[in-house]
Structure formats: C-alpha cells, structure tokens
Ligand binder design. Structure first.
Ligand SMILES: C[S@@+](CC[C@H](N)C(=O)[O-])C[C@H]1O[C@@H](n2cnc3c(N)ncnc32)[C@H](O)[C@@H]1O
Length: 177
C-alpha cells in the first residue's frame, strides 16, 4: 500500500513504538526519514538493540516516556499510533490523538493502525474478541469503530480522514495547511 504524503515523510514519531519494527521498516523504505520512538523506559534497550542490528542508529532513536503525559514535541510530518489505542479508554484516546495532532506540522499525517470494529460492534471476529481481551486484561482498554476514530480525529482538527482499505486496520488523517 502506498499512501501519498507518507512515503516522503522526513520526521516520524512512533508513539508506543515498542521494538521499533515499524520505525525501522519506514526508515529502510524512506532513506531521508528520521524516526523517534517513544516508549516506556524498560522497552528502550530492546528497541535500541534492533535499531543497532538494522544499522539505523543515525536515523532512528528511542526516547523513554509515558505517552499519557509526555511532551511529544513538534515538527513531525508523520505520527504513528500502531496497536496503541486499544490499551486506553475513550478520554485517554481523545487526549492522545489531540497531542499527536499538535506534534504534526501543517500537512503532516497521523496514521492509526488497530483492530477496527464495525459500527454495530458485532465484528469482525478478531476485533470483537480483542475487545473482550482488553475488557478482562486492562482497566479501560477496548477496540473502537472507524466512526469513533473519525470523531476523535475531527475533534483534534484533523481532516481528510481515510481508511485506504475499507476492511483494513489503518486510518490516516492529515493536519490542514
Ligand atoms: C501492543 S505494543 C505496540 C508496539 C508497536 N507500536 C507495534 O505496533 O508493533 C504497545 C506498546 O505501547 C507501549 N506502552 C504501553 N503503555 C505505554 C505508555 N503509557 N507510554 C509509552 N508507551 C507505552 C508498550 O511498551 C508497547 O511497546
């Protein structure tokens, strides 16, 4: 999948980027991209090891922090929330998406990758089952519908919201110029 405006990104923030799998893949695909991973302190050494193995220490770095409170900084033309929003409740996601939007430059993109529920919340099965998993294992976690993500993105003043594959797990929004 090629998403316009994303392949030419120069600065990426990977919120809850974990092992760095996505930042590393993006950096390999986009030679001019510099990526910053924000994750909990305990995860930093692991991500750094993968980044070193990929030989990308000059372009991918990791910063410890709690995404619920951390200052994300600014000037990013791509912010990624991959497999993150399901950990949180509605208010936390609203706040998270607003802070991601503030970190973007005008014209920048927020990419959310998640299991996405259909609007009646009855499926698809993997997303509905994952909601159950979050109900049992977390305080406020859940899976959400495309409509909910759209509302949170719109509330954060993001526009041009698209789901490139209508049944896929990616939603993209952009910050107006
Ligand atoms: C399901 S993993 C997703 C990892 C990666 N984004 C991916 O898609 O492969 C969620 C990540 O969020 C991180 N995380 C959880 N709570 C966090 C918090 N409060 N602040 C920062 N990172 C957090 C975890 O350490 C983990 O790396």
């Amino acid at each position: 999948m090629r998403l316009s405006g994303i392949h030419d990104a120069k600065r990426m923030l990977d919120v809850g980027g974990g092992s760095g799998a996505f930042s590393i893949a993006f950096a390999k695909t986009c030679p001019e991209l510099r990526a910053e991973i924000l994750d909990l302190g305990a995860v930093v050494p692991l991500a750094e090891e993968y980044i070193r193995e990929a030989g990308l220490q000059n372009r991918v770095r990791v910063r410890p922090g709690d995404m619920r409170t951390a200052d994300f900084g600014e000037g990013f033309d791509l912010v990624l929330l991959s497999a993150v929003c399901h950990m949180f409740g509605e208010d936390e996601n609203r706040s998270l998406i607003q802070r991601c939007a503030r970190a973007l430059v005008p014209g920048g993109h927020l990419v959310i990758r998640e299991f996405i529920l259909q609007e009646d919340r009855a499926g698809p099965p993997h997303a509905a089952l994952f909601a159950l998993n979050m109900l049992v294992g977390t305080e406020h976690g859940n899976t959400y519908t495309e409509g909910e993500y759209r509302n949170w993105m719109e509330e954060a003043d993001l526009g041009t919201i698209t789901r490139p594959d209508p049944e896929g797990d990616v939603i993209v929004a952009s910050k107006s110029d």
